[in-house]
Design a protein around this ligand. Structure first.
Ligand code: DGJ
Length: 718
């Protein structure tokens, strides 16, 4: 090479570097996926790619520029923006240009990239955060918005995430329903225009729809094939997912807080941090997406995600409000005999002026009702100790009945319209958590109970009302902050509880799954998916929630709902998740009682597989008279298969259940477990040994023509 060519090559190389510096490529990568951003000639940020991981560096330059990453209101785009700010001068346009980006390792396999964008006319900065979890294929994203204008700017839209997809077709699955009818799986194709999934309920925000979705591209979603993006928002309040197909058949997915009635005034120098949006892009269908979420949630997100869970006996359906000390101690005897870890005292233990004898009164007065519990909670925790079990307690600290001393004393703490008649949902109202004094009070509910009764080992935190009578006495002129500041106030309280009582497990409940999101699960070990405990309904509800939440977070109780189903069927359904009982054991016959005791023992033995293993959903209850799922432990030497016949047709063609997730070349013994006392297995092949290959390709005859029949099979490597 002569001097001239060397110099030329050097110059070209420098130009290349300069080019790269000017127009960086930003790759957010997990083990199997890439999300790639590039800066255009105009200095703006574009999403060039989202999909299967691209491993050849040289290919990146061939990628099309794509669509602007975080679209803003007021510029050339004609569809839904991620950001809409009204500046001090009344101008409501924002144009974001790339400023810098930075990437760092947070821990082994976890990498955070922050892309900083800024407007060139207004001192507004937007930071896009992406935390990539390499092994779990999860990306967590959120946005920070700040400015240096003289006066506060008004945020009208402030998405956590905007993702673009460019495919032939899009199929959206949503998880909607109502009280006792949660998380129904419903898939439909998206056409031009918008589909919005959102909620405006404030506190019990997810009563009608859960904050997660599945978006399959090109073809409807499948369990084990096809590309599907599964996303969920960590926000315990109003959320919004907007799916918009534009004129070029490109799809944008905007996720975040629901901006409805929530314009937010942001002072200079303060940061508005959006909630986190978590997503996985599975190349192998919904099953893989679920396993990605489960692994990630257990490892990084859920409170005590790496720890086991307690079995329990809850008194709610056994007594409702009708109990006293002796009755509860009797139930503790039953809990002890049953072999569960804990007794959970539900609603109805508090208030004296207006005793909580029904849901019409008492909420807010967290002192034991003297005639029901003359010796207080202390006697109960002492009894639990004697019984060798833990004691947990129900609270609903964010709410108040108008018939309560709290309401009489502190009407100013209640969200209510000053000039209108009050409207009640479940005879109650919501306390104003935007008010720091109310935050102190709500924290105090837990803190005082824990201080007085340090043996309390568990809380069930309920929340039965949406925000009604929407006006905060505290926020005065800033009413559009209420929905957001309520949730922020809740997190402040939960942060304090977690800091002071880091080892206190808590169940999140909102009259069923009116709350079920991954931000809340940083504070809660589990949640109550539905008040509906009919085992048939639970097969559907658990199927729905299992799409994103691991089994250890889904409380499942055996109750008297649907007495047509045997105690075995009811228990087998509950054993797929976090097992509990909410039933009077004395109402069961001796055989059933023996069965339940054995089931608890079996469950304890199988917890490592059921709670920590990989879930494979084998046969969907939707459109079928049967359903089956299985858990496989990580080293694939033990698996538990659950199989249910719901309502088989006469003469139906029944197929074997093909297992998944095993090792083809391992030999496994098949054994039916959890049988009623004295009943022997009728499963073909019970006690015999098969290869994983056989079990996964030929399968086992686990379904029958009997109504409401259930089977649990243990698969053990030889
Ligand atoms: C609603 C919950 O979902 C139930 O489990 C029970 O705790 C009641 N509230 C008590 O009022």
């Amino acid at each position: 090479m002569n001097l001239k060519t060397t110099l030329l090559a050097g110059l070209l190389c420098l130009a290349g570097i300069a080019h790269a510096i000017e127009k960086p490529v930003i790759k957010i990568e997990t083990g199997n996926t890439s999300l790639i951003y590039r800066v255009g000639d105009n200095g703006r940020l574009y999403q060039s790619y989202l999909g299967k991981r691209l491993n050849h560096e040289a290919d990146i330059n061939h990628l099309p520029q794509g669509t602007e990453a975080y679209l803003t209101h007021g510029m050339e785009d004609y569809f839904e923006p991620a950001l809409h700010i009204v500046h001090n001068d009344g101008n409501s346009s924002t144009l974001l240009k790339y400023v810098s980006h930075d990437s760092r390792n947070l821990s082994d396999g976890v990498n955070e990239t922050v892309i900083t964008l800024a407007d060139d006319q207004y001192p507004v900065t937007v930071k896009l955060h992406y935390v990539a979890y390499a092994n779990e294929d999860i990306i967590k994203t959120f946005t920070e918005i700040s400015h240096r204008e003289k006066k506060p700017v008004m945020l009208h839209k402030y998405a956590s995430s905007l993702l673009h997809l460019n495919h032939d077709k899009y199929f959206l699955t949503e998880f909607a329903g109502d009280w006792s009818h949660e998380a129904n799986v419903m898939e439909r194709e998206l056409a031009f225009g918008k589909k919005v999934i959102d909620t405006k309920l404030g506190a019990r925000a997810n009563m009608f729809v859960s904050p997660f979705f599945q978006l399959a591209v090109d073809q409807p979603s499948e369990e084990n094939a096809g590309e599907v993006l599964v996303g969920t928002l960590g926000w315990t309040g109003n959320f919004n997912f907007t799916f918009e197909v534009d004129n070029k058949s490109q799809l944008r997915i905007i996720s975040g807080i629901n901006p409805y009635a929530s314009e937010y005034s942001l002072p200079s120098g303060e940061i508005f941090r959006t909630p986190e949006f978590y997503f996985t892009y599975s190349l192998n269908g919904k099953g893989q997406a679920s396993r990605n979420f489960h692994d990630w949630a257990r490892r990084y997100q859920v409170k005590d995600g790496d720890q086991t869970r307690m079995t329990l006996l809850n008194n709610w359906e056994a007594t409702y409000f009708d109990f006293d000390e002796e009755k509860l101690i009797g139930l503790m005897d039953e809990a002890k005999k049953l072999g569960v870890d804990m007794f959970l005292l539900d609603d109805g233990w508090f208030a004296n002026k207006y005793p909580r004898s029904s849901d019409h009164q008492g909420l807010g007065d967290w002192i034991e009702t003297a005639d029901k519990l003359p010796n207080g909670i202390g006697r109960l925790t002492a009894e639990a100790k004697k019984h060798g079990i833990k004691f947990g307690i129900w609270i609903e600290p964010e709410m108040v009945n108008p018939k309560s001393e709290l309401y009489e004393k502190h009407k100013d703490w209640v969200i209510h319209l000053p000039n209108r008649e009050e409207y009640y949902f479940r005879n109650q109202m919501v306390l104003d958590l935007s008010n720091p004094a109310v935050q102190d009070y709500v924290f105090g509910v837990v803190d005082q109970l824990m201080t007085k009764y340090p043996d309390l080992a568990f809380f069930k935190w309920d929340c039965n009302s949406p925000i009604t009578n929407i006006y905060s006495p505290y926020l005065k002129g800033k009413q559009t902050h209420l929905y957001i500041d309520y949730v922020k106030g809740l997190y402040k309280v939960l942060d304090r509880i977690k800091a002071k009582y880091p080892n206190l497990p808590m169940m999140l409940c909102a009259g069923g799954s009116g709350r079920s999101d991954y931000e809340a699960l940083k504070y809660f070990t589990e949640f109550w998916p539905s008040d509906n405990t009919d085992p048939i309904e639970r097969l559907f509800i658990q199927w729905g929630f299992s799409q994103v939440f691991p089994s250890k977070t889904l409380c499942a109780h055996v109750t008297t709902w649907n007495k047509d189903a045997s105690i075995k069927f009811r228990t087998d359904v509950a054993m797929m998740c976090k097992l509990g009982f909410d039933i009077k054991m004395s109402d069961l016959n001796p055989n059933e009682q023996v069965y339940c005791r054995q089931a608890v023992t079996e469950y304890n033995r199988l917890k490592p597989v059921i709670l920590e293993g990989d879930l494979y959903r084998l046969v969907s209850p939707y459109g079928s008279n049967h359903t089956s799922s299985m858990y496989v432990n990580k080293n694939k030497n033990q698996a538990i298969v659950f199989a249910f016949d719901v309502y088989p047709r006469y003469g139906e063609h029944i197929l074997p259940v093909r297992l998944q997730g095993l090792e083809a070349n391992k030999m496994y013994q098949v054994k039916e477990i959890n049988l009623m006392p004295g009943v022997s297995s009728s499963v073909n092949g019970n006690g015999q040994t098969f290869s994983g290959e056989y079990l996964m390709n030929v399968g086992l005859d686990l379904f029958t023509g009997y109504k409401l029949n259930s089977r649990i099979i243990e698969i053990i490597a030889q």
